[in-house]
Design a protein. Structure first.
Length: 278
């Protein structure tokens, strides 16, 4: 993985942690999630007329990814509604890279070198280690189930998009179309809830714009990177979002960073450096 690709993926990780923080800090996680996806879809729709269309071969993957991403958003909101950010986020983002690494050989035909495998395992292990230091709420078991199920969903859509973006010939256009398509069902859901939560929706305007922009930029650069580096390596580096999430959680949500969580950050950093040098 080149230095330029690594830096872009790390920037995307920071953006990813930021929009997840916005969901967790909202009064209603499902409404916050919907507002962010709607905002991202609106921004994508404004840009799409200026770009070439993805290749026809990639459209089935866009359809499959759209359905999977909608499920991901619903599980994300459920996990944050029932559990802490520091508990659910590491579970989701830490388990997924291992699944991607296993699946990438069979689905994409990628065979990772030993250093890349070590890097993937270190990043994943470092993130998962933070689970043991997470401050779980009273519904921790329910949140854990949602988070682990979503880890599988993350692995599935990562593999779908890893193939689809390469077939598209247009990574940016592929990513924007994905968000435009995802926003449709969330918009319908929001319209159905408008009578009962009009005040809540008005409070979510800023979240939708800022979070939508962060979400759109985060995954678009990840798709761009997947077209230039191994899917499992990109997926692993993206999990450094937990580092940024830890800092944001401490500053914004006033979460306490203990030595266990700090050690997890060091392990993740070591994994990223190994992936960079492979």
């Amino acid at each position: 993985m080149s230095a330029s690709v690594l830096l872009v993926v790390l920037a995307g990780a920071l953006l990813h942690a930021s929009w997840n923080l916005l969901i967790k800090s909202g009064r209603n996680t499902h409404v916050s999630t919907a507002s962010i996806y709607i905002g991202a879809g609106a921004l994508a729709a404004l840009t799409l007329p200026l770009l070439p269309q993805p290749a026809r071969a990639s459209w089935p993957y866009l359809g499959a990814s759209t359905a999977t991403e909608i499920l991901y958003g619903a599980l994300l909101a459920a996990a944050y509604r029932t559990g802490d950010l520091s508990h659910a986020y590491p579970l989701m983002r830490g388990t997924a890279p291992l699944l991607v690494a296993v699946l990438s050989g069979a689905v994409v035909g990628e065979h990772l070198s030993r250093p890349l495998w070590i890097g993937v395992l270190l990043v994943s292990g470092g993130v998962v280690s933070m689970i043991f230091d997470a401050r779980s709420g009273k519904h921790a078991r329910t949140a854990t189930r949602f988070a682990l199920l979503n880890a599988f969903v993350i692995a599935v859509y990562t593999m779908i998009d890893g193939v689809g973006v390469r077939l598209s010939g247009q990574p940016l256009s592929y990513g924007l179309w994905l968000f435009a398509l995802i926003s449709g069902p969330w918009l319908v859901w929001s319209l159905l809830r408008r009578v009962h939560a009009a005040g809540e929706w008005r409070r979510q305007i800023a979240t939708g714009i800022v979070g939508g922009a962060c979400s759109l930029a985060s995954y678009t650069v990840a798709l761009w990177a997947m077209a230039r580096a191994p899917v499992a390596a990109v997926a692993a580096v993206r999990e450094t979002a937990i580092l940024f999430g830890t800092v944001l959680g401490a500053v914004v949500l006033h979460e306490r960073v203990t030595w266990v969580r700090a050690l997890g950050a060091v392990i993740i950093t070591a994994g990223v450096l190994i992936i960079r040098s492979a």
